[in-house]
Ligand binder design. Structure first.
Ligand code: SD4
Length: 326
């Protein structure tokens, strides 16, 4: 794996802001001599998602196709209750999905508050490819999907409906603090054999959220950001904290200024720690990949992991956590 303290010594990236942790300057050798391609993605469901992405990458396909087909796996898997079909509904019992996608050319597409469609990531890609816009929301996004051949489906499974009824009966209030209802968005970053990087992010959002709530996951620069000259980052966890700090844009900009992916993720988590009073109650996990194929991660609370796939590696890695370091 990449040394957490590794640092990309690029002469063109010499200027580093004062906020950089001292450790960011450590010149531990770069252990990641990854050959391309590479794909990384959040949480345990990243493993099967990476396999699907790998089918594209190993044949020399484009990373954009890889990150789309990869995250379609959890979107369609009803056992995964935080993404796509089978996702936890909002407080009214409606499953509303957020997703976005971005490629190495800086093209981006996004859907928010999309209902009845199993694969929001593919709708986001079509928004990118077929419209002059970046983001479509709610009814308009649904209309666009239906006009483009997507089928209307029931996304609320009997299991999630029963759980939602129980939640209502218990009169539990919505909480975006760390718990299973708020976890496990899938975010994916891939670089193909030609060195092109793309990213995707898709979620059913916070469980039992206020109707109308949209999180960070479909917001370019919050849930996902990719710059073909630098690298990319994705976020998972309490979206409000990521939005307030424009987390993945920050991670990519920190990499632009010379930080390795792991140190950039740590700095973005520390930004949250400095700016948001009750951050300890939340989980945020960032993963990042630079265009050399180096990757890294960091989170607030222990418990965040991510999946990596290269020619010679198929594994999960635990992210280091800020609260464990303090
Ligand atoms: C959201 N960031 O809607 C998403 C939730 C999430 O892992 O990532 N869970 O705020």
């Amino acid at each position: 794996m990449v040394s957490r303290r590794s640092f990309i010594a690029k002469s063109t990236l010499a200027v580093v802001g004062a906020g950089l942790s001292k450790s960011g300057f450590s010149t531990n050798s770069i252990q990641n001599n990854n050959k391309l391609p590479i794909v990384i993605s959040t949480w345990n469901h990243g493993l099967p998602a990476n396999e699907a992405a790998w089918k594209v990458l190993s044949k020399g396909g484009h990373s954009l196709d890889a990150v789309e087909s990869g995250v379609r796996i959890p979107e369609a898997d009803t056992k995964i209750i935080t993404v796509g079909k089978g996702g936890i509904p909002d407080a009214d019992g409606n499953v509303t999905l957020d997703a976005c996608i971005m490629d190495e050319k800086g093209r981006a597409g996004s859907v928010t508050y999309l209902q009845h469609i199993v694969h929001p990531i593919s709708v986001a890609r079509l928004v990118m490819e077929k419209t002059p816009h970046v983001m479509l929301s709610g009814k308009g996004a649904l209309k666009f999907a239906l006009n483009n051949g997507f089928k209307k489906e029931k996304l609320l499974t009997p299991e999630r409906k029963a759980a939602w009824k129980k939640w209502k009966k218990e009169k539990r209030k919505f909480s975006n603090e760390i718990n299973i209802e708020n976890h496990d968005t899938i975010g994916m970053l891939a670089i193909d054999k030609a060195g092109r990087i793309s990213g995707s992010c898709t979620t059913s959002g916070m469980g039992y959220k206020l109707p109308g709530r949209v999180g960070d996951s479909p917001i370019i620069g919050a849930g996902l950001f990719v710059d073909g000259e630098i690298g990319g980052a994705v976020a998972t966890g309490s979206g409000e904290l990521v939005m307030k700090t424009l987390g993945t844009f920050l991670v990519v900009e920190l990499m632009r200024n010379g930080m390795s992916p792991d140190v950039a993720c740590e700095e973005a988590v520390k930004r949250i720690a400095r700016k948001i009073p009750d951050y300890e109650k939340h989980q945020i996990g960032y993963i990042a990949l630079n265009i050399s194929g180096e990757y890294g991660s960091f989170c607030i609370n222990p418990g965040f992991n991510f999946a990596i796939k290269t020619d010679d590696k198929t594994e999960m890695e635990d992210a280091e956590a800020w609260l464990k370091k303090l």
